[in-house]
Design a protein around this ligand. Structure first.
Ligand SMILES: [Zn+2]
Length: 207
């Protein structure tokens, strides 16, 4: 019998931040598909005055037991500095980001660290709206936290699993005034939502 290989999602801690005195982890996520490995966001690899207010303690992918060369595709949920600081590790590989996000990162002052966004060799594939990236893996715009934010929706039979970046910085944000992105998450009725700054995935109530 031909049983399809499961799609797995693995969180990798790349930094501990302290935001207004509160500890806040920073994760990236590896999605293993039968024929591809996709990395969602890239964390940070160095300190910079721009990100000093996060008081980062860094565990860069390049200093972990992590197979950088084994990543086929990178997706940036958005281009805030703590999500794209490792993009340079993937120079030459396709990095999928919403065109809106890339335009804002390059043109809005103070939005992010441009030298991390456009590090040498970094090559973006700008996306306009939804994209079926691979079988079982879809990019979906999720504006709110940033205008050009996107999330990764994994369909593996059953309810979808979402790798949501900062669609909510913490699950309590789902109870706050809704953003378009968060409404889109809820409309998908996901089993799990992985967030960049949470140790455990959020499980929406299904009642
Ligand atoms: Zn952010």
């Amino acid at each position: 019998m031909n049983v399809p290989a499961p799609i797995t999602i693995t969180p990798i801690l790349v930094a501990d931040l302290f935001v207004e005195g509160e500890p806040m982890p920073l994760y990236v996520h590896v999605i293993n598909l039968p024929n591809a490995r996709v990395l969602v966001d890239t964390g940070m690899t160095e300190l910079h005055p721009f990100a000093a207010e996060l008081h980062p303690r860094l565990y860069p992918l390049s200093e972990q037991d992590f197979d950088l060369a084994g990543i086929d595709i990178v997706v940036n949920t958005h281009l805030h500095a703590d999500h794209c600081g490792g993009n340079h590790l993937f120079a030459g590989k396709p990095i999928y980001v919403q065109r809106r996000e890339l335009d804002d990162a390059r043109n809005k002052d103070g939005y992010t660290l441009r030298e991390w966004v456009d590090a040498p060799g970094v090559r973006y594939v700008p996306v306009d709206g939804e994209l079926d990236l691979l079988p079982g893996l879809r990019l979906v715009p999720a504006p709110g936290h940033s205008d050009g934010m996107q999330m990764v929706v994994v369909e593996n039979g059953g309810r979808p699993v979402i790798v949501g970046g900062d669609v909510a910085v913490w699950p309590g944000e789902f109870d706050e005034p809704p953003t378009e992105g968060r409404l889109r998450v809820l409309a998908l009725a996901p089993e799990l939502v992985w967030l960049s700054h949470e140790h455990e995935p959020w499980r929406p109530r299904s009642d």
